[in-house]
Design a protein around this ligand. Structure first.
Ligand code: HEM
Length: 328
């Protein structure tokens, strides 16, 4: 009687253990993932990226940002690359993804990889490698990344809402967006350092200049001289001019972002908000004064690797898309 009950209970227990083992294996990306199946994958990506950057260094910004906006919306599964269809507006066409570009770079790299190793390298991994190489080729750190992501089949503009932090986010909201993704407050302040490269459209911060509280006023926390300079670049109602986020050094991945934020010259409300929390403020101030970028570069690599694990599809989940812009 007892032994019968025991064997009855053992089967579901074994099943649960097996499922647990399986699901934890599924959630992982690994180092050297393409060593056997496509050993030159990373070399091909960086070679193509070096050519792209030699011609168009300004693509580093959007190509780094692409990994962030992909991972924060439904995980790092390349949903950001899918085109809109007659039925659906895709993520890439969502208002919060304004300014995102460089999709053709990813598509061209995919074509090269398909020629060398057909059906092996996912679009999601290409985004991760391209983001890493964009940073390295902008004089930032180089770091190994785990790979093995697979691609999803869904992309909806509406999924960006509630998942991508808008530029007018305050510190409470910012923290909520990151913790929802199992990212720490440190990841948040470190990865915000990405705003050391690239551009923004006036739209993303013009309320800070002309209409902060709806009364035609300016954000009082913004440095006055900096605001005057920004007003000369973004006239009232000009939403689409592009402005360097780190003027004078926006092509170089360095510590200048933290220097600017510490002097109340962060471009977005979300950048300025990093001074409204003791942990993020301490990090900004330490990096603003740092003699070398060593600590930031190390932290950046760690946080990018953390971000690159959000909601990944691996093993038998997901697909390897043939063309990054279309489902198979
Ligand atoms: C903390 C919350 C964040 C907010 C609210 C935010 C918001 C924005 C906005 C509004 C833009 C400008 C879009 C435009 O007007 O063209 C931008 C640009 C950019 N963001 Fe962020 N971002 C955040 C975090 C991140 C993270 C985590 C990364 C990378 C890991 C990143 C990388 C970039 C880069 C590189 C650009 C420049 C893009 C270009 O040159 O076109 N951002 N971000």
């Amino acid at each position: 009687m007892v032994s019968q009950d025991f064997s009855k209970n053992l089967f579901p227990l074994a099943l649960v253990l097996l499922l647990l083992l399986f699901s934890s294996a599924e959630a992982h990306v690994t180092y050297g993932f393409y060593n056997d199946t496509c050993p030159h994958a990373e070399a091909i990506v960086i070679r193509e990226m070096a050519k792209v950057m030699a011609k168009s260094p300004r693509l580093a910004g959007p190509l780094l940002r692409m990994h962030f906006v992909d991972c924060f919306v439904a995980g790092c599964e390349a949903s950001i690359l899918l085109n809109s269809t007659e039925k659906y507006v895709a993520e890439k066409d969502a208002p919060l993804n304004i300014g995102l570009r460089g999709f053709d770079v990813i598509d061209a790299i995919k074509v090269k990889l398909e020629k060398t190793c057909p059906g092996i390298v996912s679009c999601a991994d290409i985004i991760a490698m391209v983001a890493r190489d964009s940073v390295f080729l902008s004089q930032g750190p180089y770091y190994e990344i785990p790979l093995g992501r697979r691609d999803g089949n869904r992309s909806l503009a509406s999924d960006t809402l509630g998942n991508l932090p808008p530029p007018d986010s305050n510190i409470t909201l910012l923290k909520a967006f990151f913790t929802k993704r199992n990212m720490t407050v440190k990841d948040m302040v470190v990865l915000s350092g990405s705003h050391t490269i690239g551009i923004s459209h006036c739209l993303s911060f013009s309320d800070r200049l002309y209409n902060f509280t709806g009364k035609g006023d300016m954000d009082p926390t913004l440095d006055k001289k900096y605001a005057t300079m920004l007003k000369s670049l973004c006239k009232p109602h000009d939403l689409m001019s592009a402005v360097d986020m780190d003027p004078g050094s926006s092509g170089r991945f360095d510590l200048r972002y933290y220097k600017l934020v510490s002097k109340r010259k962060g471009l977005f409300v979300s950048d300025a908000a990093l001074l409204h929390d003791s942990e993020t403020k301490a990090y900004v101030e330490r990096q603003a004064k740092a003699k070398t970028a060593e600590e930031f570069f190390h932290d950046f690599a760690v946080s990018m690797i953390n971000m690159g694990k959000i909601g990944v599809l691996t093993h038998q989940k997901g697909v390897i898309r043939k063309n990054c812009a279309f489902v198979n």
